[in-house]
Design a protein around this ligand. Structure first.
Ligand code: LLP
Length: 420
């Protein structure tokens, strides 16, 4: 459930009519609903209640906006970060260092130092090589790094290949059949405290079975590690729960997910961590855009050219992803159209042959389910600048990320004198 609804024929975010935001901030603009974020955060937490008090670390990559992170920090969420930049954001938003886990296959030396100096709760170590580097840094700094070993369970998540992470051939984690020996070796390092394992098999998962299979393998590994005399007190089960991008798509609910996890982790006797991203933020945001013009070419459906483009919302171009597209003030008439942005490549297409509300030049419309992996994946391609972001709370709203003008980006560039 979200809070983007028609009221009196005009789409609102909570109590704010979207045309008011377009008027004040311009378009394209991402609009987030605080009530939706809070609701999702609570629904997810309550769904995990059968598991005691798991630690929930929001996947910052899905929506790193400071205000969004602050909303979740107030809900008691920690953060799953994958770069020094995300770590800084989580800390700036008020997340406690001990509630932060640091994932990622390519943490640099500087990022490992930064994580240690910030006192983060857990490093999810993705290779033996990373473990030794972290151990050396920790020893030098006189610290001990609390670590989980990320394992690669070789499970097909049955999602888009580009966001699937748990197959043997993917770059993530260590192969599960080598995990026990690596865990033991890293556990002997002075700078490391190996306290558990981590797993994340992919994103936008529409079925629970692959996760359950992966968690079953993790359970077997935990037993193997303990039999070998290793201590295992923590398990991080990652994120990945998918959300419906089409109004009538059926997806496993957080409650079904929680029940599956309870089943899969029975008797583990560990502190569990979860790293949800999309399920919290996805439906809490829309990308508000204005139709620049419509045009016909050939005999096919018309093109609806909007002022948002693939640089603002990359998912359709990158993954062929579907985002529902609705008029802000629908007339009731419908049309079939190709929805495209202004960028000069055919990939800048949001939808082909889409049946949608009838739209013409100047009309406002939204791409739904844009709160996760939306603004954060924006670029300035075609020198378009960076899209603005707004947070709505009841009848008030605030710009939570300024639009960055193309001129500001140009200001950071230099032409060396020797070119003159
Ligand atoms: N934990 C780890 C280690 C991850 O790599 C990810 C996502 C998450 C948690 C959060 O997953 P979620 O709960 O959001 O599914 N740009 C793509 C999605 C990439 C996901 C990358 N990893 C998209 O737009 O669909």
């Amino acid at each position: 459930m979200d809070h983007f609804e028609l009221r009196g024929g005009v789409m609102h975010a909570e109590d704010v009519p979207l045309p008011d935001i377009a008027e004040a901030v311009g378009t394209p603009v991402y609009v987030y609903s605080r009530a939706t974020l809070t609701r999702h955060a609570r629904v997810f937490r309550e769904a995990l209640a059968p598991l005691g008090t798991p630690h929930i670390a929001f996947a910052v990559k899905s929506n790193p906006n400071l205000a969004v992170l602050r909303v979740l920090a107030k809900e008691g969420y920690g953060a799953d970060v994958v770069s020094g930049g995300e770590l800084d954001r989580a800390l700036a938003a008020g997340m406690k260092p001990e509630d932060i886990v640091f994932s990622g296959v390519g943490k640099t030396h500087a990022e490992l130092v930064h994580g240690l100096e910030s006192g983060i709760g857990q490093f999810n170590v993705e290779s033996e090589e990373e473990g030794y580097e972290l151990a050396a840094i920790a020893e030098r700094l006189g610290k001990t790094a609390d670590c989980a070993l990320r394992i690669n369970p070789d499970v097909d998540a049955r999602t888009h290949a580009k966001i699937s992470t748990g197959k043997r051939e993917n770059k993530f984690g260590v192969p599960i059949d080598r995990a026990a020996e690596i865990y033991a070796r890293l556990g002997a390092e002075n700078g490391l405290h190996m306290r558990g394992v981590a797993v994340h098999i992919g994103s936008q998962l529409g079925e629970l079975e692959p996760m359950e299979e992966a968690f079953g393998k993790v359970g077997a590994l935990v037993r193997e590690l303990r039999d070998a005399g290793c201590s295992v007190t923590h398990v991080d089960l990652g994120g990945g729960l998918g959300v419906p991008y089409k109004a009538d798509d059926a997806f496993p609910s957080p409650v079904e997910y929680g029940a599956m996890v309870a089943r899969a982790t029975k008797g583990w006797d560990v502190q569990l961590t979860f790293e949800p991203g999309r399920v919290i933020a996805g439906n809490a945001g829309v990308l508000l855009t204005r139709v620049v013009r419509t045009k016909r070419s050939g005999n096919g459906p018309p093109f609806v050219i909007v002022d948002a483009a693939m640089n603002d919302l990359a998912r359709p171009a990158m993954y062929g992803a579907w985002h529902d597209f609705d008029a802000v003030s629908p007339s009731g008439d419908r049309m079939t159209a190709h929805i495209v942005g202004p960028i000069c490549e055919t990939g800048d297409t949001f939808a082909m042959d889409r049946e949608c509300d009838a739209l013409s030049s100047g009309d406002l419309a939204v791409f739904r389910t844009a709160g996760a992996y939306g603004a954060t994946m924006a670029s300035s391609y075609n020198s378009r600048g960076f899209v603005a972001e707004v947070l709505v709370d009841g009848d008030r709203f605030a710009v939570v990320a300024d639009r960055i003008a193309p001129s500001a980006i140009m200001d950071a560039e230099r032409v060396p004198e020797w070119l003159d």
